[in-house]
Structure formats: structure tokens, C-alpha cells
Ligand binder design. Structure first.
Ligand SMILES: Cc1cc2nc3c(=O)[nH]c(=O)nc-3n(C[C@H](O)[C@H](O)[C@H](O)COP(=O)(O)OP(=O)(O)OC[C@H]3O[C@@H](n4cnc5c(N)ncnc54)[C@H](O)[C@@H]3O)c2cc1C
Length: 465
């Protein structure tokens, strides 16, 4: 008997083949499920996009938006078209973008203003935190609406606002925080006033996070923290940090950890930049030397922080941004190699096999989209994705690396040009830069080996090694 994962994957590929999108609808790849002229009804089924209950085998899948979903999609598009600041339009071509969080701390007033304007535009609609409940200032969107919202944002290249505060810390406080913690921190995340970073990993603790050693010792009403974190993304542009610290060194390793929050500028916290191989300052080493924070900054129970932190990893798992970004990349590559400028720089005529590679990349980007769809349809039915999210994460991070390789091969020696503004750089050196910048994708957020462990044990039911 086939496992659920294998049959799911198999069905997805079959569905894709049956839909025949590659030949019938061109290679734009942007308007999935919106255009009624492209409605397909396929005689296999795993999930229903519109959020209705699961279908039985043999029923048809309706890939189109329901009328309400179509209205909502149009509303999102209209806001993006009207309000997205010029800086964020065609960001891919510009090439230099550290994200909303770094823009808000930029030395350039126009860049800072773009970050503020975009945050205000989303805040007006309650869309800074689309997934948060309305009572906490979120939009309270259903999983399917969130999916549509993120799909449209990603299709337009519009940056999300609020970073880890919206994605991780906020939802955690909503579940585990005290009333005072919620009242103090949630509004500042929603207004864009405070950005957060994550202090989990340590030099000896990444995949085996529960072995972390940064120590917090109780002293009166305070914790006193000593130790080191590493790979702290955006710590240099963040205002606050959430972290896991060891509060009971004698307990079994998962049971002696607490989840704490702290002002990033508390005396005793220092950063050392880590410059990646794309010459970008994205993450840091973070050092704690007798850092004193109030004990009331503990989220959830003392020594139960592992479970608080673990629930934090469970939010937003559809990976739709990754799927849309892969679609954009491959569609824009295809459009470019068909243009005169692209023909002059591409190797397609000399190396016809590259056309197969592009077609393969196109198929794979659609497979990724279907992984996202699967997860969101599970969430819509109240199911919690488990190995399915690992499958999507694994596939996404390896796909972006393959896309980067394909793009650099397509442009041959032109791919040696790093400077996106050079007239010799095809597509503003996007593939050259992503060839370098996507290397950590298979490490960040859990390595590919760890995802495969999850898929093997929880998805395929294989015995642990
Ligand atoms: C771009 C980027 C941003 C990041 N941002 C943050 C952040 O903001 N905050 C934060 O706390 N951390 C962050 N991290 C850290 C990230 O979570 C860790 O790098 C990741 O969990 C892997 O841990 P490690 O680097 O210690 O590698 P290790 O865990 O030491 O792994 C080394 C190698 O051993 C393999 N391995 C380990 N255990 C197993 C196993 N059980 N089975 C099979 N293979 C195994 C791994 O797959 C890997 O190939 C970031 C990392 C990157 C690359």
C-alpha cells in the first residue's frame, strides 16, 4: 500500500499532467485559479481549493475562486496597485532589498518613508497581521483568504510588514502571553513601531536546538543571562528579541528551557555582524554578558519554554511566498530569453538541452504551488500540517537553488557579472546573485536532512535510524 505522502505526490503529478497547463495556457504562470476560462475539472481528487469539506475519490476539483474569494482577491489587488510604494515595485530588477525591516532603519529618508507608507496602507485594512484574530488587531482571515492575500502580495513582489513580530512572536503571545504582555507588545508590532528577531540557535545548537546552553539565572525579580546566540537574522535592525534560554541545567534537556523576551538594547547584549558570501549583512552573533531582564518577560511557564517555542514554529506553513516567487522567477526568465536582449545573452541556441531544463523548472514551480495548495486546504479544514509542511519547505529550498543554477547556465559567461546595474548583466544579475544567496536556504529554518527525517518518520512511517 502506498503511504499518504507517496500517493499525495503521485496524485499531484498526475493532476498536473491532466490539467495540461504547460501547453494550453502559455507560460505566464501567474493567475492560477482565477480565470474561469481556464477552469479544469479533473477526475482525481485530494482536496478542494475553496475550503469545502474533503472530496471523495472520483469527485472533481474546482480550482477556481468562489465568488467571495474572487471579490477578496480583487480587493487585495486594488490596494496593492493603489498603495504599493514605487520602491517596492519591480524590486527584483532593483536587486538591493534587505526587506521592510531594514528599510525602516535605512539612512535614506525616502526608503524609510516607503516602509512607513506601506505599513500604514496595510494597517488601514488590518492586513499587517492577516492571520491574527480581529480582537488582537489582525484581519482574522480564514486560511484560504490568507493564502489569497499572500499569493497576491507575492505575485506583486510586495513585501510583508512586521517580520518575525507578525509571523512568529505575535501568534505566540496570543496563545501563551500574559494579558500585560499582549497589551504591551501586540499593538507595537501592528503599528510597525517594534521589529523582532529570534535568538534560538547557538554555536553548538542548531538542529539539536534543545541542547542550547545560554543560561538564565533567577536573581530577585530578574533573570541574569549569559551566553551566545548565532545566526540571529536581522538583530541589527530589530528592537526586541525573543529567545530560548536554559533556566534549569539539571532537568532533562527539553524541560529546563524558558522562552523570554527582551529589549535588544538592554545593557550587556552585543552583536557581531556575520557577512554572508553575497557580501550582505543579514545575520549576527549575539552575546549576552550579565544581561538583566525582568522575570515577568518570561512567556508561558518557566522551564516550559521548549513547548512555547515549538508552537511558534507551527505558524504559516503554506510557503505560498516561495511558490509565487518561483513562478515569477521562471516566468520572467522565459519572457527574457524570448526578448532580443535575452536572445543575445542566452545560450539556448548553442545548448538546446537548456530548454528542457527551463521546462523542467517550470513544472517544478507548479508542483511547489500545489504543495502550498495542499497545506492551505488542510488548514482550511482545521487539520494541522505536519510532514506536509516539511515536504513543501524541502522542495521550495532545493527548487530555488536549482532555479538559480538553471538561470546561470542559461546565460553562460554573462553569469560571471555580479553587478546588477552593469549593462552586461542579464536580468540585473538576478541569477548570479541568487546562485550565491540561495545556498543557506537548505539550512535556514531546519536543514534539508532534518526535513527528510521528518518526512521519513512521520510521513512514510519509516523506523528511526
Ligand atoms: C540564512 C539563515 C538564517 C538564520 N536565521 C536564524 C535566526 O534568525 N535565529 C536563529 O535562532 N537561527 C537562525 N538560523 C540558524 C538555523 O536555524 C540553523 O543554522 C539550522 O537549524 C542548522 O543548525 P546548524 O547550523 O547548527 O547546523 P547543524 O545542526 O550543526 O547541522 C550540520 C549538518 O548536520 C546535519 N544534521 C544535523 N542533525 C542531523 C540529523 N539528526 N540527521 C541528519 N543530519 C543531521 C545537518 O543537516 C547539517 O547538514 C539561520 C540560519 C541561516 C542559514
Amino acid at each position: 500500500m502506498k503511504s499518504p505522502l507517496v500517493s499525495g505526490l503521485f496524485t499531484m503529478f498526475i493532476m498536473y499532467a491532466v490539467r495540461g497547463r504547460l501547453t494550453s495556457s502559455g507560460l505566464t504562470g501567474r493567475s492560477y485559479g482565477r480565470d474561469s476560462s481556464r477552469a479544469r475539472h479533473v477526475p482525481v481528487c485530494v482536496w478542494r481549493a475553496s475550503g469545502a469539506p474533503a472530496l471523495e475519490m472520483g469527485e472533481n476539483v474546482d480550482w477556481n475562486d468562489s465568488p467571495e474569494q474572487a471579490t477578496f482577491r480583487q480587493e487585495v489587488r486594488t490596494v496593492i496597485q493603489a498603495k504599493l510604494p514605487e520602491r517596492y515595485r519591480n524590486m527584483d530588477e532593483d536587486g538591493e532589498f534587505g526587506g521592510w525591516q531594514s528599510d525602516r532603519k535605512s539612512d535614506d529618508p525616502a526608503t524609510r518613508q516607503a516602509a512607513i507608507d506601506w505599513a500604514n496602507a496595510l494597517a488601514e485594512k488590518g492586513w499587517v497581521a492577516p492571520q491574527w484574530p480581529k480582537e488582537y488587531g489582525g484581519a482574522g482571515l480564514s486560511p484560504m483568504e490568507q493564502f489569497i492575500f499572500r499569493q497576491e502580495m507575492a505575485a506583486a513582489g510586495a513585501p510583508a510588514v512586521g517580520g518575525m513580530g507578525v509571523q512568529m512572536l505575535g501568534p505566540t503571545l496570543i496563545v501563551h502571553g500574559s494579558p500585560e504582555q499582549k497589551a504591551e507588545h501586540l499593538p507595537k508590532i501592528l503599528s510597525g513601531e517594534v521589529a523582532w528577531c529570534q535568538g534560538y540557535s547557538e554555536p553548538g545548537s542548531g538542529s539539536d536546538l534543545a541542547s542550547l546552553q545560554t543560561r538564565a539565572v533567577r536573581d530577585g525579580d530578574d533573570w541574569v543571562i549569559n551566553g551566545q546566540k548565532i545566526w540571529t537574522s536581522g538583530a541589527h535592525t530589530a528592537d526586541w528579541m525573543f529567545a530560548l534560554v536554559r533556566t534549569d541545567p539539571d532537568a532533562p534537556k527539553h524541560r529546563g528551557i524558558s522562552f523570554v523576551i527582551m529589549d535588544r538594547h538592554t545593557p550587556g547584549i552585543s552583536l557581531r555582524p556575520l557577512i554572508n558570501m553575497g557580501w550582505t549583512h543579514g545575520f549576527n552573533e549575539t552575546f549576552f554578558e550579565d544581561v538583566r531582564i525582568p522575570a515577568k518577560n518570561t512567556v508561558g511557564e518557566v522551564n516550559r519554554g521548549w513547548y512555547v517555542g515549538a508552537s511558534l514554529l507551527d505558524f504559516e506553513r503554506s510557503n505560498i511566498q516561495g511558490a509565487m516567487s518561483a513562478r515569477r522567477t521562471i516566468s520572467e526568465l522565459i519572457a527574457y530569453v524570448k526578448s532580443d536582449a535575452g536572445k543575445a545573452k542566452s545560450q539556448l541556441e548553442r545548448e538546446p538541452v537548456l530548454r528542457h531544463e527551463i521546462a523542467q523548472a517550470y513544472v517544478e514551480s507548479e508542483v511547489l504551488f500545489n504543495f502550498s495548495f495542499r497545506i492551505i486546504s488542510m488548514q482550511n479544514r482545521g487539520l494541522i500540517p505536519n510532514y506536509e509542511a516539511s515536504t513543501s519547505k524541502l522542495y521550495n529550498s532545493e527548487l530555488v537553488q536549482r532555479l538559480a543554477r538553471t538561470g546561470t547556465k542559461v546565460f553562460g559567461l554573462y553569469s560571471n557579472v555580479w553587478d546588477g546595474k552593469s549593462q552586461h548583466a542579464p536580468m540585473n544579475a538576478r541569477f548570479t546573485q541568487s546562485y550565491v544567496m540561495t545556498v543557506p536556504m537548505t539550512i535556514a529554518g531546519g536543514t534539508s536532512e532534518i526535513q527528510r527525517n521528518v518526512i521519513a518518520t512521520r510521513g512514510l512511517g519509516l523506523p528511526r535510524g
